[in-house]
Design a protein around this ligand. Sequence first.
Ligand SMILES: *[C@@H]1O[C@H](CO)[C@@H](O)[C@H](O)[C@H]1NC(C)=O
Ligand SMILES: *[C@@H]1O[C@H](CO)[C@@H](O)[C@H](O)[C@H]1NC(C)=O
Length: 120
Amino acid sequence: IDLMLMCIYYVFGLTDGSDVTQTPLLWTKEGQSATMSCNHTKDATYYQMYWYQQLPGQNMKLIVFTTTTPPHKYEEGFSEEKFPAQKKVAQTGSLTVNNSKPEDSGLYFCAVSEHSDAAD
Ligand SMILES: *[C@@H]1O[C@H](CO)[C@@H](O)[C@H](O)[C@H]1NC(C)=O
Ligand SMILES: *[C@@H]1O[C@H](CO)[C@@H](O)[C@H](O)[C@H]1NC(C)=O
């Protein structure tokens, strides 16, 4: 009864959607944590990973921007305690929803991007 759905089957890269795989579907219980991962087969210059959340009826929001060199950059309204992210190597990363609540149910997306000096 306290199961909830975290549905995360859509992935995109900032360049194109190919070569990226993400945890397809995740169920968890209230109060537990759920970890989803995102992998890609692009080369190591794609070491930047973005995690987005889209709650029902809302727009997609950026949770955190991660690279292989933490600290990760959390957006306002999202904390590292609630959404711990891991990024050890370029090709893979994960996001945990800590102490999950029914209102955390929604879509979670990852996106990867290539390092670009022009972007920052
Ligand atoms: C991504 O790679 C990690 C480490 O190799 C693995 O544990 C995880 O299951 C993979 N995730 C997906 C969605 O393929
Ligand atoms: C998960 O959240 C609890 C409080 O709700 C906090 O004590 C704990 O440190 C958090 N875990 C992580 C990995 O941040």
